[in-house]
Design a protein around this ligand. Structure first.
Ligand code: ASP
Ligand code: MG
Length: 405
């Protein structure tokens, strides 16, 4: 029997009606002869509400008691889902993280899964009972409740699918992964499939459909994932498969255009010895917990002197500048705000070095200045003016043929 882990996110269990609708999708899967295993998030808004309450007492994400409070959100929805499935005529039982057990390790509020027990699930499945795991939560080796970081129910689902040899269906409020944001480009299309790597790049670049850690996990363990809408009717076709790279890479060059607003650029001018300076710079930024992106080292006018440039999220800018100013010998630090990043993502880029050149051309043709350009294996990103981001997304989307079926 095909095992399917079906994960329902916050909006998909956001009300009794939504929970009831989810049970219809689960029932349809069981009627097809599949063996469903359900994983749920807290009801929409619940995690933020609980965080706010903990905040009233000065506790944030990362406090062990905050984790205990947060886990209650998923406990409620798992129990309600089990009740609703029962109402739908299925046998069902909730399973909390500590009962499975989902064994966690690492810091409170951002733990990872070290181990996941399958016995309880196997016993339920053998009895024809649908297990409903409370996502986002687990128990560490000292028997304390921990949570897995925001969006962590995706990780619970991927880990459970890996442990049970199941496919992992992620039901959410969109019907899949798009070639770009349909709010910017109405011609954006839903992709039938993306690779794990493409999904990671699209997610990191702002397309927040799946929690990146869950995709990394699925990739490492070879778990097939599918993103699909919980708002569809049972049997209605929709969704995007997140799969291993190879078959897709051969078919198309570019899969999507991602963007992120609120970026800033920092330039350290006149570095006489970048080989010595750069490590201390990036160490200081890492210590200040600033994520650095798009690093370039450019020759300055004076021979033997270079400029070191990189982009950071705007919200990290002040922290980055403070850390850099504390370094010895950094006298000329410049920064620029009001920037955005657009990225062309595609597994097919591995074979095609000329895309960087064509991207310059496309953006120049739309009168958009590229301030910094950075490439990785399957992604090319350009730092541009924030005002130009919508034009850039549209220009690139059409230049790489993404609006064509
Ligand atoms: N409820 C948690 C959150 O809102 C986990 C999840 O939904 O995946 O981040
Ligand atoms: Mg989510």
């Amino acid at each position: 029997m095909t095992r399917v882990v079906a994960k329902f996110g916050g909006t998909s269990v956001g009300s009794p009606e939504r929970i009831r609708h989810a049970t219809k999708l689960i029932k349809a899967s069981a009627d097809k002869g599949e063996q469903p295993i359900v994983v749920v998030s807290a009801m929409a808004g619940e995690t933020d509400r609980i965080l706010g309450l903990a905040g009233e007492f000065g506790a944030g994400l990362g406090d062990v008691e905050t984790d205990v409070a947060l886990a209650a959100g998923e406990q409620v929805s798992a129990a309600l889902m089990a009740l609703a499935l029962r109402d739908e005529g299925l046998k069902a039982q909730s399973v909390m993280g500590w009962q499975a057990p989902v064994v966690t390790t690492g810091p409170a509020g951002a733990a990872s899964i070290a181990d996941l027990g399958t016995e309880a699930f196997e016993a339920l499945l053998a009895d024809g009972v649908v297990p409903v795991l409370a996502g986002y939560q687990g128990i560490d080796e000292t028997a304390r409740i921990q949570t897995l970081g925001r969006g962590g129910t995706d990780l619970s689902a991927a880990a459970l699918a890996a442990a049970l040899g199941a496919r992992c269906d992620i039901y959410t409020d969109v019907d899949g992964v798009y070639t770009t944001d349909p709010r910017i480009e109405p011609a954006a299309r839903r992709l039938d499939a993306v690779s794990h790597d493409e999904m990671l790049e699209l997610a990191a670049q702002g397309a927040k459909v799946l929690q990146p850690r869950s995709v990394e996990f699925a990739k490492a363990r070879g778990v097939p994932m599918r993103v699909l809408s919980s708002f569809a009717k049972p049997g209605e076709a929709n969704g995007t498969d997140v799969v291993a790279a190879d078959p897709i890479a051969e078919k198309r060059l570019v899969s999507g255009i991602a963007y992120a607003r609120e970026q800033a650029r920092i330039a350290l001018l006149g570095q006489a010895d970048t080989a010595r300076v750069a490590p201390s710079v990036f160490e200081a930024l890492a210590e200040a917990e600033v994520g650095v992106d798009m690093i370039v080292q450019a020759q300055a006018r004076t021979p033997g002197v270079a400029n070191l440039e990189f982009s950071v999220a705007h919200r990290d800018l002040q922290r980055a500048l403070d850390a850099l100013m504390a370094l010895p010998g950094q006298s000329d630090i410049r920064s620029e705000t009001g920037l955005a990043k657009v990225s062309v993502v595609g597994a097919g880029l591995r074979q095609r070095a000329d895309v960087a050149r064509s991207l310059f051309g496309v953006l120049a043709g739309a009168d958009i200045e590229v301030k910094v350009l950075a490439t990785s294996e399957i992604k090319i990103s350009a730092l541009i003016e924030n005002d130009a981001v919508e034009r850039a997304v549209r220009a690139l989307h059409s230049a790489y043929g993404l609006d064509q079926v």
